[in-house]
Structures are given as structure tokens and as C-alpha cells.
Design a protein. Structure first.
Ligand code: GDP
Length: 177
């Protein structure tokens, strides 16, 4: 975002997980490029994307990892989680099943990631108001119960995406620095 050479203070690795088709790739592309890509899945094979942000006067390079479709085969490897300081566990607010699977994804994180990882639950596709199947209160209750941060987002119109990432990165900063 700056034309000056950047002197990065920290690199924060963040992993994005959740069921297939909940919008993980689009959330990532919204945050890193401010784009929504209608021909999705062009990013297969790309491991991560980055965006450099300023938090508490420090330059933080957020390195956001995408599963690149591995989750379809339940083959997300421990290498994916290695060194991750933050995680976004994404479900689709219009697909109850994707929310029911969140507990499994959180278990997976607890098994493979560092204990101090900061986890944020994300209910995506909040723009699809008429199709909503998961009430905000259900997700909020789960998040409080599990000690997760929580936000609802729309990668399509961009609502809350930056805000959620900034909250996650600030929480990581608080843990690390
Ligand atoms: P992934 O498999 O979790 O990476 O999901 P994708 O990012 O590929 O998105 C799956 C589908 O949901 C695609 O057709 C996207 O265009 C669509 N999608 C993703 N995010 C949103 C959103 O916020 N709102 C709406 N309406 N559709 C979305």
C-alpha cells in the first residue's frame, strides 16, 4: 500500500479453514486484493497471499493461507497449520451443515496448531439475507463457549472482511508482542 520500501516488523501466518464452498478463497481475495472473483478456484495451487498492514505503528505482513481445496479430501496437512498464529474458521450462514462442522475444524486446530493460536469464527455470505439458515445468536453462543472471536462477513460486498482480519491481527499482536 506504500510506494516506499517496506521494513516489515512481523510476519503473521493466518490459516483459513472450513468446509468447501463457504467462501474461504473469496474472503482471502477480498482482504488481500479487494477483489471478488466470479470465476472461482483460479487460485488452486496458490499457498498463501499477503497484505501488509499497520498495527500499533508496526508494519505487519499478514500471510494468509488458503487450503486450495485440500479440505474436500479431509487432507489438510499439519504443515498447513505449522507456525500459524491465527485461524479463521469459516462457515456459510446459508448452510447449516457448514456450521455444524465448525466444531470439527476447531478440534483439528487444537490438535495440529499451536496452543496460543488466536481463532476467529466467521459466518460468511451474510449478504444472502433471505437464505440465512444459521442465526447469529447460535454462532455467538458457540464462539463464547469455545473462546473464539466471531464476525459475520460478506466477501461479495466486502462487509466486515477487513474489520475481522484487523481484529484477528490485533489479537495476535497482543499475544505475540
Ligand atoms: P471455498 O471453497 O471455501 O474457498 O469457497 P469459494 O471462495 O470458492 O466460494 C464458493 C462459492 O461461494 C463461490 O461461488 C463464491 O462466488 C460464493 N461466495 C463466496 N463468498 C460469498 C459471499 O460472501 N456472498 C455470496 N453471495 N457468495 C459468496
Amino acid at each position: 500500500e506504500s510506494v516506499m520500501p517496506e521494513k516489515i516488523d512481523y510476519v503473521f501466518k493466518v490459516v483459513v479453514i472450513g468446509d468447501s464452498a463457504v467462501g474461504k478463497t473469496q474472503i482471502l481475495s477480498r482482504f488481500t486484493k479487494n477483489e471478488f472473483c466470479f470465476d472461482s478456484k483460479s487460485t488452486i495451487g496458490v499457498e498463501f497471499q499477503t497484505r501488509t498492514v499497520t498495527i500499533k505503528s508496526k508494519l505487519i505482513k499478514a500471510q494468509i493461507w488458503d487450503t486450495a481445496g485440500q479440505e474436500r479430501y479431509r487432507a489438510v496437512t499439519s504443515a498447513y497449520y505449522r507456525g500459524a498464529l491465527g485461524a479463521m474458521v469459516v462457515y456459510d450462514v446459508t448452510k447449516r451443515q457448514s456450521f455444524d462442522h465448525v466444531a470439527r475444524w476447531v478440534e483439528e486446530l487444537r490438535a495440529h496448531a499451536d496452543n496460543s493460536i488466536v481463532i476467529m469464527l466467521i459466518g460468511n455470505k451474510a449478504d444472502l439475507v433471505e437464505l440465512r439458515a444459521v442465526p447469529t445468536e447460535d454462532a455467538l453462543e458457540f464462539a463464547e463457549d469455545q473462546g473464539l472471536f466471531f464476525a459475520e462477513t460478506s466477501a461479495l460486498n466486502g462487509d466486515n472482511v477487513d474489520k475481522a482480519f484487523f481484529q484477528l491481527l490485533e489479537e495476535i499482536y497482543g499475544v505475540i508482542c
